[in-house]
Ligand binder design. Sequence first.
Ligand SMILES: C[S@@+](CC[C@H](N)C(=O)[O-])C[C@H]1O[C@@H](n2cnc3c(N)ncnc32)[C@H](O)[C@@H]1O
Length: 262
Amino acid sequence: MSNSNYLFDNAASEARQRFGALSALFDPTTFRHIEALNIGQGCRCWEVGAGGPTVSNWLAERVGASGRVLATDINTSWVSEHLDHTVEVLQHDVTQDDPPAGQFDLVHARLVLSHLPARGKALRRMVASLRPGGWLLVEDFDKVIPVRCIDAYLPEHHRANKLHAGVYALLAQRGADLEYARRLPRIFRDAGLTQVGADAYLPVAIPAGNVLSVANITQVRDALIEQQLATQDEIDAHVAAIADATITVGTPPLISAWGQRA
Ligand SMILES: C[S@@+](CC[C@H](N)C(=O)[O-])C[C@H]1O[C@@H](n2cnc3c(N)ncnc32)[C@H](O)[C@@H]1O
């Protein structure tokens, strides 16, 4: 059983909004990378910290009946909703549990490892699960740009940036590494991977960013207030500014890094 300290616990009702928003924001980027790695018919894939079902479903269609897709998470309640019947689901803590059986052509984790204090151990397990020639693809936020509204021309944008700075502080308290993603190429080389590469995608102001902002801030509202990182009024005003379309909030850049097991 996991003793995870993960801030955005999937048990909260906001998880539904979060996974819908993450899918809308980042699935096209994820799919582009997986296509570029030539993952196709017959491939075996491990989706780590799956969250919702969209990436696993897309993989299942891509690898077909001769392939395999395994979706793991510490809380599998959301990935199991509307999931393709061919996808295997396993409750699994990537920092503690034995790696799943089998060797994989692709191991993918999006927005998972930066949250985990034992991320180094998790990454070693993921690399060990690759077949020779298999690909690791890790995607995570990097606070290279430490604000959600990069053109902050209204007080509402500054308030959004302040509230998200509060969320970053809560994440750091839980052992998240907010600059993990920029180090991935170095980490991949140190892990013995070859053909290492990385790029980034930055949503500046699109509607799913608003959904993600409201879901995340609402879920940790009590902690923000208790720690005096925000007031109830600021949170309410932020949610209202998004609801009446006064502002559109971005996300940090998503860095995607890939490397191949020799
Ligand atoms: C921010 S969500 C990202 C979900 C999905 N990968 C995406 O990008 O839409 C992080 C996910 O990692 C899962 N998670 C957190 N700690 C984990 C662990 N130790 N092992 C496996 N999954 C974990 C969470 O339950 C959650 O579903």
